[in-house]
Design a binder for this molecule. Sequence first.
Ligand SMILES: [Ca+2]
Length: 329
Amino acid sequence: MAPTLVWTATFACFVASAGYVQPQETSVDEWNRNWRYYASVRIRCQSYDFDAEIDADFTRILKEYRVPGTFDRRSIRICEAGLSDGSAPEVPFAFSPNPDFDPTFNARGKLQFRVTRGVSDRTFHVYFDLLENGEKPLVSYGAPQASGNWLSNGSFEDLDAKTSSLVDWPFERRNAVKAVTGAARTGTVSVQLLSPKSGQAASLGIPGNGAFRVVSGEKYRLSFWSRGEDTNDRPLLVTAYWYDLSRKYSGHELMAEEGRSHWDWSVFSGNLVAPPEAEWLRFYIATYTTSGGVWIDDVCLTPEKLPRLSDLTIIEHNLAPVIVVEPNE
Ligand SMILES: [Ca+2]
């Protein structure tokens, strides 16, 4: 029997945060009373807030645990788990079903949600249910972010209202990098690199602050757009730097080098596999030109392998409190 829901009260207040609409005053007890399943997903934190993207294949995990039924797309909710204070706050998310999504045979899509900065792995519980258990009310937290991009503000359009500096991109003057308006590839802002002195590089560090947390052996894809005007010395070099767990430099590789003195907006993309011991990754896009300049826009880093749902838990309402079943493997 479908339980009675009191959603008007629960979702009465909304505030905007990080591109999503933030839920307030929600309670995990609510999910445990009314929802039948949750699966876990572990996310590796970054040194900055980022939008995690996961491969949410509900059909796979239901099959794995021999649970028949029709997935209720409206029922998805996410709560963070394992917090030291025992709380389990609800996390706003966006769900993009795959093009061949089918609630019975292929309930699969991408789930995106904001993961705040940290040093360890974090666990999230993805609650969901089957239509057979009573349809759940749809919640919407806003449109998905740019798909899978680990970088926020990679198109440089978000400016801090007080300082007018780029959100998430703290530029240092010595790096000879600045945000400029006009002639951007998308929107109105791009980043210009111009060396102040012969033999000295102007370089854009990616991400703006810190480095990306990576997993040795896994593949990552960097892409960005650039254009160059009247350059007079090594116009564009793209380099990846690897660091170990203690953030000690462990190696670097040159990903690309542009030789022309003039080029219109064109895309660069390259793949990298994290070498053994690599724990952190940082990119530099650099130029040695002291004339004209090089402009960069729409920077994107995506991991090839997305985290997946695991450990399905069936919430048993008639028997206290939760039954964990073993997977069918
Ligand atoms: Ca832009």
